[in-house]
Design a protein around this ligand. Structure first.
Ligand code: ATP
Ligand code: MG
Length: 302
């Protein structure tokens, strides 16, 4: 059980609400680095002493895998779809994040815990989330119910979305306000930069639809943009340079410090280990630490 008497730094409880900051990693662009950024930022903050929860809302279960749970490990466990159906509470579904250190499936021998971090695991059933909401409009309030009944000391809810703007993303995004952040994480690729416009249009649509409502905040805002795979001395393609220049021209005011390219970043899925732990000295890990410092998540041990 989480203690309810702890006082949390007010910057993690905007407008004195009872739930943490919400950071939504979303953009309708497959393979754009949403999951890598969500998990890397969450792990970086957790290792610095800031507790959080990663909600894996994508049926591909990338974040779930990287935070230590494959399909076998999830047998008999509740997952994100049970939250959406209102069949379980957050504390029943969220699992302690961990990473693989051995080849077997022994929770003690083959995994090490990641302190301060929990993961709401996904499952293939999350592919039916949009339909579940379409069939029962009451389900639209599932995420709001989780927030209103929350009583812990987490600092951020990191939400990893599928690459789509369906009914499930809508049900979640309408619970954000301007203190929260929609953070598209995109590759330094002209195609990815172009797709940010569709996201800002979608956010505008959500704000319009919820304007004047009292029961939901309804103000998801693109406060930050993450550009990953940014050019380095050894990885320096013209297209990546063009994409970086375009992102600066269009979204300069919300651009976070760049995450540089590393071919090693691909290893995190096969190794079932988040980047900051798997390769703590790789350039993207260094850059994710810079980003979290920039966002005010300084190392509490320093
Ligand atoms: N800094 C980086 N440099 C190079 N490659 C990277 C970097 N960060 C992530 N990648 C790679 O990019 C690929 C896509 O990343 P990721 O799975 O995070 O994207 P995604 O947006 O979550 O994808 P999906 O839409 O499929 O869920 C992965 O192979 C990942 O290892
Ligand atoms: Mg993903």
């Amino acid at each position: 059980m989480k203690p309810t008497s702890v006082t949390v730094d007010p910057r993690f409880r905007p407008k004195r609400r009872n739930w943490p900051l919400i950071w939504a990693y979303i953009i309708e662009c497959g393979g754009s680095t949403k999951s890598t950024s969500a998990t890397s930022m969450a792990v970086t903050a957790a290792l610095r002493g800031y507790p959080g929860v990663v909600f894996d809302l994508d049926s591909n279960a990338s974040s779930t895998t990287v935070l230590g749970y494959d399909e076998d490990a999830l047998k008999g466990k509740k997952t994100a779809i049970d939250l959406l159906y209102g069949k379980a509470t957050l504390d029943e579904v969220a699992l302690p994040a961990r990473y693989r250190i051995g080849d077997g499936d022994d929770p003690e021998e083959d995994f090490a815990p990641i302190p301060n971090l929990r993961v709401v695991p996904s499952s293939p059933a999350m592919a039916g989330a949009d339909l579940a909401i379409a069939e029962d409009a009451d389900r639209n309030d599932w995420f709001g119910e989780i927030l209103r009944s929350y009583e812990g000391d987490d600092t951020v809810f990191y939400l990893d979305f599928p690459a789509s703007y369906g009914k499930m993303p809508y049900s979640v995004l309408r619970m954000l306000d301007e203190d929260d952040s929609v953070i598209p994480s995109i590759k330094a690729d002209p195609k990815d930069v172009k797709l940010v416009k569709k996201l800002t249009d979608e956010l505008e649509r959500i704000r319009d639809k919820n304007r004047g409502r009292r029961s939901v905040p309804g103000r998801p805002t693109l406060n930050h943009l993450l550009l990953t795979g940014a050019p380095t001395a050894t990885h320096n393609e013209a297209a990546a340079r063009r994409a970086t220049a375009a992102a600066e021209a269009m979204y300069g005011s919300v651009l976070l410090p760049y995450i540089r390219y590393s071919a090693d970043a691909k290893k995190l899925y096969e190794d079932e280990c988040p980047l900051p732990i798997l390769l703590p000295n790789s350039v993207p890990s260094v850059d994710y630490r810079k980003v979290m410092t920039h966002l005010g998540f300084v190392d509490l041990a320093d």
